[in-house]
Design a protein around this ligand. Structure first.
Ligand code: ADP
Ligand code: MG
Length: 266
């Protein structure tokens, strides 16, 4: 067989076998291995390793995309010194993802701007990288979707999709009260996730106020019962990060405005 024909065939087979990295790398690596006088087996091993590594990266990218985080926030950019009320050790422990294995939940509770969404997203991001299937919803977005799916008679299908996940993030429970139907549908999500799928819930409301969102004492009790059975609670009761930073900015600005050229030159 001519060399040209062999190359065409090989590349055709590699495509058919869905080995894009092998396809891209084999010729370069063959040259390297030839120069190093590496044996055939090592050449094949190195190629296989590269394909596997790329496959893992691609899968993690797919999981991240499917998670639909509104913004990418990771732990690298979270400043624990700015929010000392957050238990850093607990967060670091949660980052390892064992709570997902144990089907446990996480509740982030605190005022607006204290980094709850940031932390929930960072935990979800870490979970994606560890191979877990994650999906981020705002609590109200979840309820809107539930109502729409019910309208379209697609509710069961949606629940089946949720059941395939390892972790569901429900962000910002408490800002908007649910309608009666919305609260019932939301409860069903929590109930179905119980001991099957981990939940991360962020909220500004202490438990005694959840009834304001759910609108019904019995439903609230049943929801809290399931949600809190196995739960890690992280409290952020510090100052708003946003507020502090805008204050710092405006202080800087007013400082600049108040500065006269003479003081500037001192
Ligand atoms: P919450 O959800 O509690 O209202 P967010 O997580 O949305 O607060 O935080 C508001 C903004 O401040 C975001 O841009 C977030 O990344 C940032 N932020 C909050 N806390 C911290 C922190 N400790 N370190 C770094 N950024 C923070
Ligand atoms: Mg938030």
């Amino acid at each position: 067989m001519g060399a040209r024909k062999a190359t065409v065939l090989l590349e055709h087979y590699l495509k058919q076998l869905k080995l894009p990295t092998v396809l891209r790398e084999y010729a370069k690596l063959a040259d390297v291995c030839q120069a190093e006088r590496t044996d055939y087996q090592t050449f094949l091993l190195r190629l296989a390793e590269r394909e596997i590594q790329d496959r893992e990266v691609r899968a993690a990218e797919r999981r991240l995309k499917a998670a639909k985080f509104p913004v990418t926030k990771t732990m690298d950019t979270f400043d624990f010194n700015a929010q000392p009320s957050i238990n850093q050790m607990r967060v670091r422990e949660l980052l390892r993802g064992e709570y997902i294995e144990q089907r446990e939940n996480v509740l982030l509770i605190g005022n607006s701007g204290t980094g709850k969404t940031h932390l929930a997203t960072a935990l979800g991001f870490a979970a994606c990288q560890q191979g877990y299937r994650v999906r981020f919803f705002s609590a109200t977005g979840m309820v809107t979707q539930l109502l729409e799916h019910r309208e379209d008679r697609q509710l069961e299908r949606f629940h089946k999709q949720l059941e395939r996940l390892d972790l569901i993030v429900l962000d910002e429970l408490g800002y908007v009260p649910f309608s009666k139907a919305g609260a019932e549908l939301f409860f069903e999500v929590i109930s179905r996730a119980y001991e099957r799928t981990s939940l991360i819930v962020t909220t500004n409301l202490p438990f005694e106020n959840w009834i304001e969102v759910m609108g019904n004492e019995r439903l609230t009790g049943a929801l809290l019962d399931r949600l809190t059975h196995r739960i890690h609670i992280l409290e952020a009761n510090g100052e708003s990060y946003r507020l502090r930073h805008s204050r710092r900015r405006s202080r800087k600005q007013s400082h600049l405005i108040n500065q006269t050229p003479s003081t500037d030159q001192k």
